[in-house]
Structures are given as C-alpha cells and as structure tokens.
Design a protein around this ligand. Sequence first.
Ligand code: ZDP
Length: 279
Amino acid sequence: MAIEFTKYHGLGNDFILIDNRTLSLPVLTPEEAIKLCDRHFGIGADGVIFALKGQDGTDYTMRIFNSDGSEPEMCGNGIRCLAQFIAELEGISSQDSEYRIHTLAGVITPKLRRDGQVIVDMGLPRLLAAEIPTTLCSGDEKVVNQPLEVDGKSWDVTCVSMGNPHCITFVEDVAAIPLETVGPKFEHHSVFPQRTNTEFIQVVGQDYLKMRVWERGAGVTLACGTGACAALVAGVLTGRCDRKATVELPGGPLEIEWSEVDGRVYMTGPAEKVFTGKI
Ligand code: ZDP
C-alpha cells in the first residue's frame, strides 16, 4: 500500500508528516520511521509526525517518532508543521485557524497567523526534579544552577520539562561547544532516567538568546521548539533574561514568551512545506 507523505520543516528542523486522521494508531512502526528518516537511505528527516484522530474532545492527536525510533512526548517545531499540514488537508486557505492537539505532554494549541507564522500555546513548564525527570536534586525541588559533571568538566545546569526533558546550560560562546562530543554524554547521563535534550545558551542580551542543541534521539538539529521554550524559562529562573525574548537557533529565530498572566509558554515561528511524495 502506498502511503503519502509531506515533508515540512520549522527552521530546518525537518519532519515527514503523515495523514493518519482516520485512525488512532500510527500507520508506520518506529523501525520504518528510522529508515525513512535516514538522510542517505531514506527521505531524510529529524522525525516522523502522525496527524491522528482527536481524543478526549481534541481536534487531532499528534504522535512523533524521533529519527532513532524513540517517541518523545512533544515537539515544538513539529507541532507548527502539523498545524500547517492540517490546515492544508482541511483545505483551509484563510488563516486564524486554531487547533486543539492531544499530545503525550497534554493538550497543545497551535494557531495559524495571517502572516504565515504559527503561534503555539505550549502549556505550563514543569520544573520539579521528579517532573523532568532527573535525580540531580530531590524530587520536589527545582533544578536551577546545579553543578553537573560531564566529560570531565563541571557545568551549571537548569532543568525544565516542556512535556519532554531539557537540560540547559549557559555558556560564554555557543560556537565553541563541541556538540557531537558532549551532547551524547548529557543525553545518556545517569541523572536523566528518560535521557535528555540539551541546550547550550549564550545570553546576547536580556531579550536575545543564542542556542545550539543536542536532541535526545535525533542528535544535532538546526532548531528545537520545546528547547527554545525551556531555554527562555531557564533564563528567567536564573535571572538572565526577560520573560519575552528572541531565541536564535542555527536554523533561524523563534519568539518565546513565558506569560506572567497565565504562566504558560507561547512560541511563535514559521513552518514551511517542502514537498510531497509516496512511500
Ligand atoms: O524530546 C525529544 O526526544 C526531542 N528530540 C523531540 C523533538 C523536539 C523538537 N526538536 C522540538 O522542536 O521541540 C521537535
């Protein structure tokens, strides 16, 4: 059976989107996703995203497999792509559509804006060690500016869950970080039982952060939406930035706000269709 797919990217974080709306389970297995994500033997992507039937009153359900076949709870760049994909499937050309999406991180609400950008209500950040999860502090404590030994060096880390785990460390110069060497050591560190995404952040100004990321299950990527949200929250928790800032990723900028009013994190950024095909 042929399966149609559409390739999208959000700031170069790229995904294979599958129209799976009539079903509750993904039409592909994690093993098939690994093959399709391969950049030499497959289509090439950081993950595969399925637009599934809604549940518990939501419009749709999103599931995603990372390029290594593992399944994350959420995906910030991916859900912007999903919103565009759904609008196209529904034949909606006008903007302002808002969707309630069921994810393993709770209900997430992306909204298409007239200028083509997508603003996403990413929900509440979770800050307690048990929620990350990490054993770096006792379960009911926040993990802020904690020393962590990785690769023979002590890093000050702050941990934030946006449904998926993030470990954030602030550095002088992000360009100088050997991501390929230290990234996997953070990801598989014994203090992170579910592994972790890791963000290296350079504070350029109160309202401007520069970020490079090592993603759990995907490695070096050009952008990570949940990571940019987690980074801003960590910047606020450690007194390094305002509640609203631009986060510059290798693939481009995202606008992130941690609202003082409702405590939720809002992410604004692009999602672009690249091509369609059949498997
Ligand atoms: O948590 C994880 O395992 C991530 N690799 C999921 C993907 C996150 C993503 N890069 C994002 O934008 O949030 C898609």
